[in-house]
Ligand binder design. Structure first.
Ligand SMILES: Nc1nc2c(c(=O)[nH]1)N[C@H]1C(S)=C(S)[C@@H](COP(=O)(O)OP(=O)(O)OC[C@H]3O[C@@H](n4cnc5c(=O)[nH]c(N)nc54)[C@H](O)[C@@H]3O)O[C@H]1N2
Ligand SMILES: Nc1nc2c(c(=O)[nH]1)N[C@H]1C(S)=C(S)[C@@H](COP(=O)(O)OP(=O)(O)OC[C@H]3O[C@@H](n4cnc5c(=O)[nH]c(N)nc54)[C@H](O)[C@@H]3O)O[C@H]1N2
Ligand code: SF4
Ligand SMILES: [Mo]
Length: 712
C-alpha cells in the first residue's frame, strides 16, 4: 500500500513543498506539492535524490572508530564517552583553543542543528569556531551588522514586485536562489523580465543571463568599480533619495567622496563594462519606483567581497530601494532569527574583530574565524595550535580553499570527529564518524530560510520515514556530547538541568516555544501562528508579502543607517591601486550545476547520469592562443596546486576567464561514496588559494584565482 507524505525538500534554500510516496518502507516517488502556498508544485531534479539519500547503501549507519587496521564499529555510548573524554583531556593539557569546530552548509538546513548546535558549540569553550559562512555569505552578514546593526538582518530582493532587477554574481536559475528563498526562480524571473528588465553582470553568460533582458560580462573581482561608478552617477545627476531611512543616516558624504573617484569611464577600463551601460542603469535605478540591485556568491567570494556587499546595500539605499516594495526588503519570520535588541548602538563593535586568527591575524566575526585560516592554525607548529576538530555536516577538504593543505591538516590532528552521513574526503581522516539520519527522517521547519524568503511563510513537516540503522538525529548527538562535557567539567546543576529540560522538549518543543514568542505568535490572538496551527496546515502557511519594516524592527535608540561604515574605508586605497594596475591574464571562477549540491550529491545515481560535467570552460580565443582544442585534457596550475581536467570550448565565458564547477574531486582514497568515485572529477579547491581572502572580512576569495594552462 502506498502512503503519501507532505514534506519539504531541504537540499537548497528554495524550501519546495514535496509529496513523498512510500511503499513498504521505501520511497517510490517524489513530486512537487501543488498545495504548498509558496512553491505551488515546483521542484527541481534534485528533489528526487532525497530518495537516493534515504536508501543509499553507501551511507554510514553506525558509529565508526579508526583503528590501525581500518574502521571498527562501536556503540554510541562508547563513541560519545571516549570523544568527550578526549576533548576534555586535550583542553586540560593544551588549553581551550586546542579544540576547534567547523559547521558546514547543511547545518542551516537542519532544524535540530539550528536549535541545538549553538549550545554544543558554546560547550566546546573555544574561540576557534569556523563554518561555511566564510566561504560564502560572510560579507553580506558583515555589511548587515555594520550598516543596520545586526548580522542576521539580511535584506532580500522583492523579486515578485520589482520592475528592474540588477544581478551581480548570482545564478538563481541554477542555484534556485540564495539569500533569496523563492521557489521556482524561472517563473519569478520571467515575471521580472515581463514587467520590466532583468540585467545580469557575470563573467559567464549563465543560465540566468541567457533569460535576462541584458547580460554584461564583468571581469572577476571588479564589481566594486561598477557599483561605485553607478553611485557616482546617482550622486552627480540625481542626488541621494533615502526617503524614510534618511533620518539618522550617517557617512553619506564619505560614500559620495569615494564614488567621486570612480567615474563610469574608470570603471569601464577595469571591469570591461561599457561606461554608458553603467550610466544608463544608474539613472534607471533612480527613476524606477520598484527596482533592486542584488548580489550573491560571485560578488562576495572575491578580493573585494566585503566592500562589494556593503556597496550593494548602499546603492539600494541611496536610490530609495532599501526596505521598500520591489527593492531589497526585510522579512518578519514567524520564528525570529533576530530577537530584539537588534541595531543597538555599538553592536558593530561587539561582534567583529574581538579576537584574531592564530597565524595570519584575520578578524573574528559573530564568534567565528575565517575558515581560510583553519589549515594553518592546525599545521603551524606552536603550543597554541589546534589539535582537535569537530566537523559537523561539512567537507572542508573539497569546499574550502587549498584542499591539499586541508587534507594534510586533517591528517595531523590528534582528534577529528565527523558528524556526517558518509565517509567523505574529510571524514576519511576522522578518529570517529558519527552517523546522522538522512533528510526525510528529520522533522523540518526552516529556521534559516523562512527568514530569507521573498514572502513571509511558515511550514512544519514531520519526518517521512524512520532511519533503519543506528543513525541518530543531529540534535541528539549534539546534546549527548554536551551533557558528557558538562559532567566531565563538573558544571553547575542548574546548567545541567537546563540542558536536560531542552533535551526533553526536543526540536518540536523548542520550536513551539519560539513560534509563540515570535512576531506572528501569541500576541496576534486567533490569527497566531503556533506549531499546532502549522500541524493543521501541513502544506504551509502564507503570511503575506514583505513590507517596509526596518524602523519598526529597531529599538528607539537605533542610530540609523550607516551608509559607509569605517571598516570599509581602508579599501579606498586598494581600489585606487587596482585601477592603476594591469589585470591578470587568466583567472579561474567556479560554477554551480543544477544536479549538484556543493560537495555531496554526487552519489545520487539519478543525478550523475550523462556526460562528465567537471569540465574547464575556456573561451575559444584563449584556447587558440594556448594550442588547446575541445576535449583536450589540460593541466590547470595555480600558486597552490594543479589539477587535470577536460577542456570545454565556449564563448559563454569571458576572455581571460576559465570556469570549473566546485564540489568534485572524489578520487581520493577511502571515501564511502561509490557512485561519486566513478565520476570523481577534480576539485577546484585544490587550486583556490587560502591566502587570497578579502582583507576586510576575511572571507575566502574563491573566485578570480590566477591560473596557467598546459596541454597534457
Ligand atoms: N571554489 C568554490 N568553493 C566553494 C563554493 C564555490 O562556489 N566555489 N561554495 C561554497 C559554499 S557557498 C558553501 S555553503 C560551501 C559548502 O561546503 P561544506 O560546508 O563543506 O558543505 P557541503 O559540501 O554541503 O558538505 C556537506 C557534508 O555534510 C553532510 N551532510 C549533509 N546533510 C547533513 C546533515 O543533516 N547532518 C550532518 N551532520 N551532515 C550532513 C554531507 O554528507 C557532506 O559530507 O562550499 C563552499 N565552497
Ligand atoms: N544546483 C545547486 N544549487 C545550489 C548549490 C549547488 O551547489 N548546486 N549550492 C547552494 C549554496 S550553498 C549557495 S551559497 C547558493 C549560491 O547561489 P548563487 O550565488 O546564485 O550561485 P553561483 O552559481 O555560485 O553564482 C555565482 C555567480 O557569480 C559569477 N561570478 C564569479 N566571480 C564573479 C565576480 O567577480 N563578479 C561577478 N559579478 N560575478 C562573478 C559566477 O560566474 C556565477 O554565475 O546556491 C545554492 N544552490
Ligand atoms: S529547488 Fe531546492 S528545495 Fe526545491 S526541489 Fe530543488 S533542491 Fe529541493
Ligand atoms: Mo553556500
Amino acid at each position: 500500500m502506498t502512503t503519501t507524505h507532505i514534506a519539504t525538500c531541504t537540499l537548497c534554500e528554495a524550501t519546495c513543498g514535496i509529496l513523498v510516496d512510500v511503499e513498504d518502507g521505501r520511497v517510490t516517488r517524489i513530486q512537487g506539492d501543488p498545495d504548498d502556498p509558496f512553491s505551488k508544485g515546483h521542484i527541481c531534479p534534485k528533489a528526487a535524490a532525497l530518495a537516493d539519500l534515504q536508501h543509499d547503501a553507501d551511507r554510514v549507519t553506525h558509529p565508526l572508530r579508526r583503528t590501525d587496521t581500518g574502521w571498527e564499529r562501536v556503540s554510541w555510548d562508547e563513541a560519545l564517552d571516549d570523544i568527550a573524554a578526549r576533548i576534555h583531556a586535550l583542553q586540560e593539557a593544551h588549553g581551550r583553543d586546542a579544540m576547534a569546530v567547523y559547521q558546514g552548509n547543511p547545518c542551516v538546513h537542519n532544524l535540530g542543528v539550528m536549535l541545538f548546535n549553538p549550545g554544543f558549540v558554546k560547550a566546546l569553550r573555544t574561540t576557534r569556531r569556523y563554518s561555511a559562512t566564510s566561504v560564502d555569505q560572510l560579507p553580506h552578514m558583515l555589511a548587515s551588522l555594520q550598516m543596520f546593526g545586526h548580522e542576521l538582518l539580511l535584506p532580500v530582493p522583492d523579486v515578485d514586485h520589482t520592475d528592474l532587477m540588477i544581478v551581480f554574481g548570482a545564478n538563481p536559475l541554477v542555484s534556485n536562489g540564495s539569500i533569496l528563498t523563492a521557489p521556482d526562480m524561472k517563473r519569478r524571473l520571467a515575471g521580472v523580465a515581463e514587467r520590466g528588465r532583468l540585467v545580469v553582470f557575470d563573467p559567464r553568460r549563465t543560465e540566468t543571463a541567457k533569460r535576462a533582458t541584458a547580460h554584461h560580462f564583468i571581469r572577476p573581482g571588479t564589481d566594486v568599480f561598477a557599483l561605485l561608478a553607478m553611485l557616482h552617477v546617482v550622486f552627480a545627476e540625481r542626488g541621494a533619495q533615502l526617503g524614510h531611512l534618511a533620518d539618522g543616516a550617517r557617512n553619506l558624504e564619505v560614500l559620495r567622496a569615494w564614488a567621486a573617484d570612480v567615474t563610469p569611464e574608470v570603471a569601464a577600463r577595469v571591469t570591461g563594462v561599457d561606461a554608458e551601460v553603467l550610466r544608463e542603469l544608474a539613472l534607471a535605478l533612480c527613476d524606477t519606483p520598484r527596482a533592486v540591485v542584488y548580489g550573491r556568491m560571485g560578488a562576495c567570494t572575491q578580493d573585494f567581497g566585503g566592500t562589494t556587499a556593503m556597496l550593494l546595500n548602499a546603492l539600494n539605499a541611496v536610490t530609495g530601494h532599501l526596505d521598500r516594495e520591489g527593492g531589497l526588503m526585510f522579512t518578519q519570520p514567524a520564528l525570529p532569527a533576530v530577537y530584539p535588541p537588534a541595531g543597538r548602538p555599538g553592536a558593530a563593535r561587539r561582534r567583529f574583530a574581538r579576537w584574531r586568527s592564530r597565524v595570519r591575524g584575520l578578524p573574528e566575526f559573530g564568534g567565528e574565524l575565517p575558515v581560510a585560516t583553519l589549515a594553518e592554525d592546525i599545521l603551524e607548529p606552536g603550543d597554541d595550535r589546534i589539535r582537535g576538530l569537530v566537523v559537523w555536516a561539512g567537507n572542508p577538504v573539497l569546499s574550502c580553499p587549498n584542499g591539499a593543505q586541508l587534507d594534510e591538516a586533517m591528517a595531523a590532528l590528534d582528534l577529528l570527529v565527523s558528524v556526517d552521513l558518509y565517509l567523505t574526503e574529510t571524514s576519511r581522516h576522522a578518529h570517529y564518524v558519527l552517523p546522522v539520519v538522512p533528510p526525510l527522517s528529520r522533522p523540518h521547519y526552516d529556521a534559516a530560510f523562512h527568514a530569507l524568503a521573498t514572502r513571509n511563510v511558515a511550514k512544519f513537516s514531520p519526518p517521512v520515514l524512520p532511519a533503519t540503522g543506528e543513525e541518530r538525529q543531529d540534535w541528539e548527538v549534539a546534546t549527548a556530547l554536551q551533557a558528557r562535557l558538562q559532567a566531565l567539567r563538573g558544571v553547575s546543576l542548574a546548567k545541567r538541568a537546563t540542558l536536560a529540560a531542552q533535551r526533553a522538549l526536543g526540536p518540536r518543543g523548542v520550536l513551539a516555544a519560539g513560534l509563540r514568542l515570535g512576531p506572528h505568535g501569541l500576541r496576534n490572538g486567533r490569527g497566531a501562528v503556533s506549531l499546532r496551527k502549522l500541524e493543521a496546515h501541513p502544506h504551509g502557511l502564507d503570511l503575506g508579502p514583505l513590507h517596509t519594516c526596518l524602523r519598526e524592527r529597531m529599538p528607539s535608540d537605533w542610530p540609523g543607517l550607516d551608509l559607509c561604515p569605517e571598516i570599509y574605508t581602508a579599501d579606498r586605497d586598494r581600489v585606487a591601486e587596482v585601477a592603476a594596475s594591469d589585470p591578470e591574464p587568466l583567472v579561474l571562477i567556479g560554477r554551480r550545476q543544477l544536479r549538484t549540491n556543493n560537495s555531496w550529491l554526487h552519489n545520487a545515481p539519478r543525478l550523475m547520469k550523462g556526460k562528465d560535467r567537471c569540465t574547464l570552460m575556456v573561451h575559444p580565443d584563449d584556447a587558440a592562443s594556448r594550442g588547446l582544442a575541445a576535449g583536450d585534457r589540460v593541466r590547470v596550475r595555480s600558486r597552490v596546486g594543479v589539477v587535470e581536467v577536460p577542456v570545454e570550448l565556449t564563448d559563454t565565458v569571458m576572455r581571460g576567464v576559465v570556469s570549473l564547477p566546485h564540489g568534485f574531486g572524489h578520487g581520493r582514497e577511502g571515501v564511502s561514496w561509490t557512485t561519486a568515485a566513478r565520476h570523481p572529477g577534480a576539485s577546484i579547491n585544490d587550486l583556490t588559494d587560502e591566502q587570497r581572502v578579502d582583507p576586510i572580512s576575511g572571507n575566502a576569495a574563491l573566485n578570480g584565482t590566477p591560473v596557467h594552462l598546459e596541454k597534457v
